[in-house]
Design a protein around this ligand. Sequence first.
Ligand code: HEM
Length: 205
Amino acid sequence: MVISSYTWNLANQCFILAITVVMSVKCAEMKFKKTATHAILCTIGFVFLSAEGMMVRSHNNWLTRSLHPDTKVTLHFWLQLIGGLLGVAGTLQKSLPKEHHFRTWHGKLGLAACVFFVINCLSGALGLYSWGYRQYASLLVNDFIHNFLGLLTFVTAMLAQYSGYYTGFFNRNLKEHEAFFKYLTAAILLLTAWDPLMIFLGKLF
Ligand code: HEM
């Protein structure tokens, strides 16, 4: 049986919603204390909103396929901006009270995701709103750079999320859902990045 691209997209939307809902419920049960706030902000920002933002323009997205192309671009911009800002806020919430920073793989990946997000946001906003920049870096080049940076940001953020499942906090509070979180996060990474990756490779070769 061949599974259509629409079905994969529908499955991915369900996985994203499932991870977000379960993480939100668990963090609410912990009364959003300390790392629970970090985990929920990063999950809603870097997984839920960011993955939805990546998929807005996909032809297989049954939620957005009937929208006007301009509406899709605007939706993509706001989902990525709000998602990234929530992710950065979650990272700062964990990072600011600490004395020693970014010592674990999880911390390093999280920091990288935040830095890539800021650079990508600037490149996306300049491409959308700055006529001068558009003339300087042709639309094609800017689109290519934005495509690459978007993928890099999303993949790094999802790896940071995945590595969050190896922290003491996760093992103490969410260990019983380990397989659920790990398999679904890996599936979301693959299914969400697939279309943008194919578009990027198409531009490259
Ligand atoms: C994309 C999602 C995530 C990002 C970008 C992110 C980012 C970060 C960063 C940058 C730090 C290091 C702060 C510092 O050293 O100053 C950190 C620490 C931490 N995060 Fe996350 N995080 C994410 C998701 C999660 C999740 C889902 C969990 C748990 C379920 C989690 C649990 C922790 C814990 C326990 C620490 C402290 C231990 C350590 O530094 O490794 N994070 N996070």
